[in-house]
Design a protein around this ligand. Sequence first.
Ligand SMILES: NC(=O)c1ccc[n+]([C@@H]2O[C@H](COP(=O)([O-])OP(=O)(O)OC[C@H]3O[C@@H](n4cnc5c(N)ncnc54)[C@H](O)[C@@H]3O)[C@@H](O)[C@H]2O)c1
Ligand SMILES: O=C(O)C[C@H](O)C(=O)O
Ligand SMILES: [Mg+2]
Length: 542
Amino acid sequence: MMWKVARFAAASLRGSRRLSTAIPAPSIVHKRGADILHDPWFNKDTGFPLTERDRLGLRGLLPPRVISFEQQYARFMESYQSLEKNTQGQPDSIVSLAKWRILNRLHDRNETLYYRVLIDNIKDFAPIIYTPTVGLVCQNYSGLFRRPRGMYFSAKDKGEMMSMIYNWPAQKVDMIVITDGSRILGLGDLGVQGIGIPIGKLDMYVAAAGINPQKILPIMLDVGTNNQKLLEDPLYLGLRRPRLEGDEYLEIVDEFMEAIHTRWPKAIVQFEDFQMKWAFETLQRYRKKFCMFNDDIQGTAGVALAGLLGTVRTQGRPLEDFTKQKIVVVGAGSAGLGVLSMAVQAVARMGGNRATATNNFFLLDKDGLITKERKNLDPAAAPFARNQGDIEGLKEGDNLIEVIKKVRPHVLLGLSGVGGIFNEEVLKSMRESDSPKPAIFAMSNPTKNAECTAIDAFKHAGPNIVFGSGSPFENVDLGNGKVGHVNQANNMYLFPGIGLGALLSGARLITDGMLQAAAECLASYMTDEEIQDGILYPSVNR
Ligand SMILES: NC(=O)c1ccc[n+]([C@@H]2O[C@H](COP(=O)([O-])OP(=O)(O)OC[C@H]3O[C@@H](n4cnc5c(N)ncnc54)[C@H](O)[C@@H]3O)[C@@H](O)[C@H]2O)c1
Ligand SMILES: O=C(O)C[C@H](O)C(=O)O
Ligand SMILES: [Mg+2]
């Protein structure tokens, strides 16, 4: 067989400073002719110069004119912009799905061009390939499906994974994002359709951390679904059976982790959007054995902590005053508990007392304030359960408004998945906060699951608040030339860096100390001027 060497995908991207760290020497392509045109890793569409057409057996398979990469880029952006123009006035969901389709088609055809446009236009395209549109894509995945992306392991593959893993065409994989689809954003159990999330997360790895796109691998672990609507949908693409539970479930994940690390011992695995019990269980089970982390627990916590440190600065206080901030967290799931656990570590690192670190934290779930009186108190939430009467009148099951009125928190942070629960009354009660700049974080995704909108937050809680949301909102016009800044408090600010850092350092494990350092590093990017304007995170472009 004749082996051809071509300087391909990597070459066009290598101009980017961010990509230069991770992209290695030119890829070697073992394909010829039409096989190359149908391989998005190597395809250049009409961009193949005549010499390459000759060498690779492409002559006659393409129209004769060679179109440069820059021209292809301009043509794509033009069609994207005309799509925007032509869909004006149509419902948001139609417009964003149309945008996702055009980007997805490019992704499937020519990854080099896809990642170039994504990197250059990340602020505009992130809401399409990531939250909120990715949520809509997952909800409609079985209908939208045209081509597979990543790998799918199912309960039916038990005992076969070790050989299946060798079906993946790349020699090396650096970064894996895996989900079992059981808690996709705030949209619940979407079964196999959750694969959109690992795909979107890994796009962020390429765009934001310069990870080589040929060394990423999105994974769906399909152990069934408990979503009745999907089970009854004849076009549903996943296993039509209820989710595996208990040991049966863990055996599948164990087998997958062994298979992955047998083929790629150094691959980093990010667990994403697992329901809480499995999120915690798998993190504990694997974190001392493999280089892995859970983004919803740990990535979210780091971004939230960076935001919380920023809010201390907005109040004109030294960072150590973080230990005195009263924080109400709404949602005692993987994300909410992750945030509070990391906040405790931060207090300890700042010299505060670990034993009393939780004194200023208040945790609510769907049954209200969690206290030690709670029946069937979840052991994961137990460290944050209050004593009744800690603060005058505070009691088990108090609703959010009662808690805010009694506590007068500096920060109200939502990770409940419930859209709109920071209603007018809740937001107005934050006006009584003990902070001169109360902070409101509506971190649930996608947009319709956010605890409140940015407009409502500034309208009801007042113009002096600091605001963050998991999905993007426009900045708010406060009148008199003033702007209410919207921060996107989303783990996307950390996970690409965590993966890249672990990769470049050759770390064997991802430790709490590394995550704390990442959070503090993120917080330290912000200048005092930005912080004074309520800007807690760098812009997505940065
Ligand atoms: N912005 C980010 O970076 C980020 C990161 C992770 C998760 N999230 C979002 O956070 C949400 C929750 O994720 P999770 O993994 O913690 O989910 P989860 O299912 O583990 O936890 C949800 C929690 O919310 C509580 N809850 C439900 N209804 C409530 C109500 N009416 N009032 C108070 N609490 C209520 C539940 O009791 C549970 O404790 C999702 O919408 C997800 O998209 C955002
Ligand atoms: O996916 C996101 O946008 C953030 C987070 O991981 C989530 O589960 O909501
Ligand atoms: Mg997630």
